[in-house]
Design a protein around this ligand. Structure first.
Ligand SMILES: [Zn+2]
Length: 325
């Protein structure tokens, strides 16, 4: 089971902070060295500092900065650079260094979306934390083998299990490709066990984890457990709250094994609440269940719930048990 903790995120943010702090200290050291080596630059820096204070005052008093001041600072900066060069220092010697110049080691771009360096760090941490690395090494889109599905017609179905699986595969890949789009649907995998539902969930989980998304993959039973522990304060630990939050906040939630045995008005309302609040905040959910569509609509009769289910693309897994789950 994948459960990715918020701690991972906090840890990475701390690392960014440390990187920035380290580089700021290094910059201060370089400035001090330069001030000793080229005292003229220290004088210029002092002038820039005083001009800076004046500029702030002007902005407060008059609402704008006089052009001359800006030009004066520019000239002083130029003088500094030429002093650096004539003393054999690189021209950017007094500029802040970053490991990632796209986000200046903040993890976020100007439009507040995640920088690629953050996505990579997240993906690496998720793998380290979750014991699913091995499973996902074996069960992913590259290892998915269509040949295990029969070409013979199955009962009254129009498509052979193999043709059907080609369609499911296509939908699943599109789900990944369009993951960030708001108007795409959730997925509902249904059909009896041993037909590749879990395998397909793993394919999607790996693909999204690799792209730096957060994924929570839990059985319906575990999810209800997490909710119960948190809501009825059976477990007041920090982890209990974190797990609870993550069910709502993860980029993708995979609810595995949704079944009738769990169904009562409390659990139905809970599952509905999760899927609904996730979908309101634009987050995707995949539900995998052994129930048939009629069993689902029989169990979850609530009108509101059926409206939620309208947001799912139902994908029916059928054929002979492959015994690989
Ligand atoms: Zn970056």
């Amino acid at each position: 089971m994948i459960i990715v903790s918020n701690n991972v995120y906090k840890k990475i943010m701390r690392e960014y902070e440390e990187t920035r702090f380290r580089n700021e200290k290094a910059l201060v050291n370089r400035i001090n060295n330069i001030h000793k080596a080229i005292p003229m630059i220290e004088t210029i820096d002092e002038n820039i500092r005083q001009l800076g204070i004046k500029m702030v005052l002007e902005t407060i008093q008059k609402g704008s900065v006089p052009k001359e001041m800006e030009m004066e600072i520019e000239e002083l900066e130029l003088a500094k650079t030429s002093l650096l060069i004539s003393n054999d220092f690189p021209s950017d010697y007094l500029e802040m260094e970053y490991e990632c110049y796209k986000c200046n080691d903040t993890g976020y771009l100007d439009n507040s979306s995640k920088c690629s360096c953050l996505k990579q760090k997240l993906a690496r941490e998720y793998y380290k934390m979750s014991n699913i690395e091995k499973v996902l090494e074996e069960q992913n889109f590259r290892t998915f083998n269509l040949d295990v599905f029969s070409d013979e017609p199955h009962e009254d179905e129009e498509l052979s299990p193999r043709e059907n699986m080609i369609e499911i595969l296509k939908e699943s890949k599109e789900f990944v490709i369009n993951f960030d789009k708001d108007d795409t649907f959730n997925l509902l995998f249904y059909g009896s066990t041993g037909l590749g539902k879990t395998f397909m969930c793993n394919c999607i989980a790996k693909e999204l984890l690799d792209r730096g998304y957060t994924v929570v993959y839990q059985t319906a039973y575990n999810i209800l457990n997490i909710l119960e522990k948190y809501k009825f304060r059976k477990d007041e630990s920090h982890i209990a709250k974190e797990r609870y939050d993550y069910i709502f906040e993860a980029d993708l939630l995979i609810i595995d094994d949704l079944g009738t045995e769990l169904s009562n008005s409390f659990t139905n309302a809970e599952i509905f609440n999760i899927v609904n609040s996730r979908s309101i905040s634009g987050k995707k959910t995949i539900i995998s269940t052994n129930l048939s569509i009629s069993e689902i609509s029989g169990t979850y009769t609530d009108r509101v719930f059926s409206r939620v289910l309208d947001k799912f693309i139902p994908l029916y897994f059928y054929g002979n048990d492959l015994r690989w789950e």
